[in-house]
Design a protein around this ligand. Structure first.
Ligand code: NDP
Length: 303
């Protein structure tokens, strides 16, 4: 069997097109231009590059992008002060604080300080709780992107066995909640899981969010399963050029899976597209308007 390759780039471009249409309608009909504030503390090169792509795509979809760069010595109090100003600024509808933060700043305090209505990363305890409770929430972008990719292969996930490897607050746990909301049967695996390969082999839907290059091998995958690879790992073969690989051994797993998302070109582009979608949803909700669904049904409409 040769798996269908899930074209995250194309699916993300399609979603960004829908976001741009919604932004155009909001500006034309309501005079609202959604604005996303991105806060970067310090100069981590990977963070700089993520922030640059986020800002470019924000402007490209017709929204306003507000760039806040702070030196790496910034104190927690200074950052909390900026968050308070952004919370109060009516031209800002979404606030994103790029992680990781320097050691002197407690990320939990910062995430909790972002107004949940503007928390387009979906990391605040309020949005995490609402997601768990099955209430409408701004859900984290990478997990939403994973669900949208899986649904291009299987439009209904109801009743499917889903295995998520990884239980972080930003990927694994919210992904498990979103899968439950889609009526999948969900197992969350982690570093203490016994017989991980056997657990994975049960999955109709396998999500790998670990951060270990090519950990998931061919014999971990049930024939015909849909495999979504969240991992982003830079590897440098001896004497070779460095490249990015996922958590899944792509070439060998593609021989057995029914569908597989590549790295790069799978989940990564979806994350930014879902961030833009969340910013439009936040702008609509803050103005008391009905939120566009962007392919994800609101919680109360789910089966
Ligand atoms: P974390 O490091 O926060 O979490 C990793 C998870 O993997 C933990 O739950 C850990 O278990 C589990 N794990 C580690 N080793 C093993 C193992 N040997 N067997 C089973 N489980 C294991 O990572 P993130 O969730 O933040 O990110 C995961 C990956 O996804 C990374 O490669 C990251 O770069 C990528 N990523 C990609 C994004 C994108 O847009 N494409 C966005 C966000 C992340 P335990 O809890 O027991 O320690």
């Amino acid at each position: 069997m040769t798996a269908k390759i899930i074209d995250g780039k194309g699916i993300a471009a399609d979603l960004r097109g829908k976001v741009a249409d919604a932004v155009h309608r909001l500006a034309r009909d309501r005079g609202i231009v959604p604005g996303l504030a991105v806060v970067l503390v310090g100069n981590n090169p990977a963070s700089e590059s993520y922030v640059a792509s986020k800002m470019k795509m924000t402007v490209g979809s017709g929204m306003r992008s507000f760039d806040h760069r702070l030196p790496k010595e910034t104190s927690e109090a200074e950052l909390l002060g900026l968050i308070a100003r952004l919370n109060a600024d009516p031209s800002v509808h979404g606030i994103l604080v790029q992680l990781p933060l320097p050691a002197q700043i407690d990320p939990h305090k910062i995430i909790a300080a972002v107004d949940p209505a503007k928390d387009v990363d979906g990391f605040s305890p309020v949005n995490a709780g609402r997601l768990c409770a099955g209430l409408p929430a701004l859900a984290p972008c990478t997990p939403v992107g994973c669900i949208l990719l899986a649904k291009t292969v299987q439009p209904s996930l109801a009743g499917l066995e889903a295995v998520v490897i990884g239980r972080s607050n930003i990927v694994g746990k919210p992904l498990a909640q979103l899968l439950l909301a889609e009526n999948a049967t969900v197992t969350v695996a982690h570093s203490k899981t016994r017989e991980l390969a056997a657990v994975c082999r049960r999955a109709d839907l396998l999500f790998a969010a670990v951060g270990r290059p090519e950990m998931v091998r061919r014999d971990w995958v049930k024939p015909g399963a849909t495999v979504i690879d969240v991992g982003v790992n830079r590897v440098t073969p001896a004497g070779g050029r460095s490249r990015i690989v996922g958590d899944v051994a792509f070439a060998e797993v593609a021989e057995v899976a029914g569908a597989i998302s590549p790295v790069p070109g799978g989940v990564g582009p979806m994350t930014i597209a879902c961030l833009l979608a969340n910013t439009v949803r936040a702008a609509c909700a803050l103005a008391g308007l009905r939120e566009p669904a962007f392919g994800q049904p609101p919680a109360e409409d789910r089966e």
